[in-house]
Design a protein around this ligand. Structure first.
Ligand code: GLN
Length: 502
């Protein structure tokens, strides 16, 4: 039955609905794959084998009783470990939450389960979603299934690696500055960061509240569309979720996109971009042209990437993002005080301040501490205007550029990452270099837009290459349909890494 892991979520759901496979067989096939490959990939923080079988059996019983089993009936999925679940633990891959059991469940997980999904477990991430390689995890580094000496990207590296290595059919991730799209790109899977407000953040452990969104990682665009439709919608428990009807993302997927105008942001095609990725994206633009789309050049001046004589990169967008994200993080992470939440020091403390500081010093990892300190600094009296307020103004300029670009095109076609997956340890000594892994993704979060990362072939070294499509707010149906259009023309979806084939 291991071939069940080769099916897309939609194919698997169809088979189960038709009675050609059972949900239990599907769950067991994935648990077998986890037994075989998880020791190498290390994508999961927790695998819920017994619970998954139980959930699967319940789906099979519903079907046998003639009841509906939902659009994801019996499909095994994984959930990033910063999304609260009432079963198991929610650790954010942080020592400070090592034993945390959430008293409530994220709306996105409720919706997945209501649609019939079977949850296999919780996936690894950079601690509190802060990072681009999953090496900041307080538990272990996850490995890229395409080359286990390389990172899977981050922070949803566990979810991306699990989808790529066929350790789940699809997964949830979260994206604050690229954490769904960049690992999707590194692992050769599809990742969608929905419009801010499209998916409820209730139960998503907050990192940068004005930037965070939950979204799917999937084998192909159709699966991403199905999951996005399932988890979207207004939620009274998240005041930033938008009361707006959710369109049927799948119904519109194969609708021909007449007169589609694709914008190429000129600033994104510079020496900062790996040559093979550049070629692949221009080939994608040609494929769109052949399919009848119009290609226009547009400009996003405030998202441009500068390179100095020494080859060092800099970007307003990355600078702005890291100020905003760290400021919000420093405030959001204040709640881990060892009294309400989290690890408490075993040392004797003379007062509450010492209790806080010892517990937090023991519980948080290096990168999280760096961000709390930088964020606190940029919010402090005297620096607030120079850093935080300035960053908010730059954020507006970045957003204005997108608004102007979308007057001339329907979607933007651009890179998701400047390079393919890098080696484990390559950037861990240099946080600034690590931050630049996000130069093509952060502007989308700063502007609240949806962004879709899709595989665009393999490099000469056999590593996944990706492209990113960006659309105006709430344009997910067009974005997904544009992604599907490329997928059909290119045959680059559902590529399996050698470890799966061999
Ligand atoms: N790598 C970025 C950061 O470290 C993005 C993380 C994310 O999207 N959660 O902040």
């Amino acid at each position: 039955m291991s071939d069940l892991t080769e099916l897309t979520a939609i194919e698997l759901a169809d088979r189960i609905a038709a009675g050609d496979a059972s949900a239990e067989q599907a769950a067991r096939a994935y648990l077998d794959a986890i037994d075989a490959r998880e020791p190498t990939v290390q994508a999961y923080n927790e695998v819920w084998a017994d619970r998954a079988i139980e959930q699967a059996k319940a789906i099979d019983a519903r079907r046998a009783a003639g009841q509906g089993i939902g659009p994801l009936g019996g499909v095994p999925v994984a959930v990033k470990d910063n999304i609260c679940t009432t079963y198991g633990r929610t650790t954010c891959s942080s020592k400070i939450l090592a034993n945390f059991r959430a008293p409530y469940q994220a709306t996105a997980v409720d919706k997945l389960e209501a649609a019939g999904a079977v949850v296999l477990g919780k996936t690894n991430l950079d601690e509190f979603a802060m990072g681009s390689s999953t090496e900041n995890s307080g538990t272990k580094p996850t490995r890229n299934p395409w080359d286990t000496d390389r990172v899977p990207g981050g922070s949803s590296g566990g979810s991306a690696a699990a989808v790529a290595a066929r350790l789940c059919a699809a997964a949830l991730g979260s994206d604050t500055g690229g954490s769904i799209r960049q690992p999707a790109a590194f692992c050769g899977v599809v990742g969608l960061k929905p419009t801010y407000g499209r998916v409820s953040r209730y139960g998503l452990v907050a990192y940068g509240s004005s930037l965070d969104q939950i979204g799917p990682l999937a084998r192909d665009v159709a699966d991403a569309a199905l999951l996005t439709g399932v988890i979207s919608g207004h939620d009274g428990r998240d005041s930033t979720s938008v009361p707006r009807d959710v369109p049927d993302m799948l119904a519109e997927l194969d609708k021909p996109l007449e007169n589609l105008r694709i914008g190429l942001p000129r600033e994104f095609y510079s020496d900062a971009l790996d040559a093979e990725i550049n070629l692949a994206i221009h080939a994608a633009a040609e494929a769109y042209k052949d399919a009848g789309a119009e290609i226009v050049e547009v400009s996003l001046p405030h998202s441009r990437i500068d390179i100095d004589e020494a080859g060092k990169l800099s970007s307003y967008a990355a600078a702005c993002y890291y100020i905003v994200a760290m400021a919000e993080a420093s405030s959001n992470l204040a709640r881990y005080d060892s009294v309400h939440f989290g690890h408490r020091t075993a040392e004797r403390c003379d007062d509450i301040i010492e209790l806080y500081s010892r517990s937090r010093a023991e519980g948080f990892g290096e990168e999280v501490k760096r961000r709390i300190m930088l964020g606190t600094y940029t919010l402090s009296a005297g620096y607030y205007d120079a850093y935080y307020n300035k960053a908010l103004k730059v954020r507006r300029l970045i957003k204005n550029d997108f608004d102007a670009a979308f007057e001339r095109c329907d979607v933007l076609l651009c890179p998701a990452t400047p390079t393919t997956a890098f080696k484990l340890g390559e950037k861990t000594d240099d946080p600034l270099t690590m931050y630049l892994a996000d130069i093509y993704t952060v502007s989308v979060n700063l502007s609240g837009l949806p962004g879709l990362s899709i595989p665009a072939g393999l490099s000469a070294a056999g590593l996944p290459i990706a492209m990113q499509l960006i659309g105006p707010v709430f344009s997910e149906p067009t974005l997904l349909a544009a992604g599907r259009m490329y997928e059909k023309a290119s045959a680059t979806s559902c590529l399996a890494p050698p470890m799966v084939k061999g």
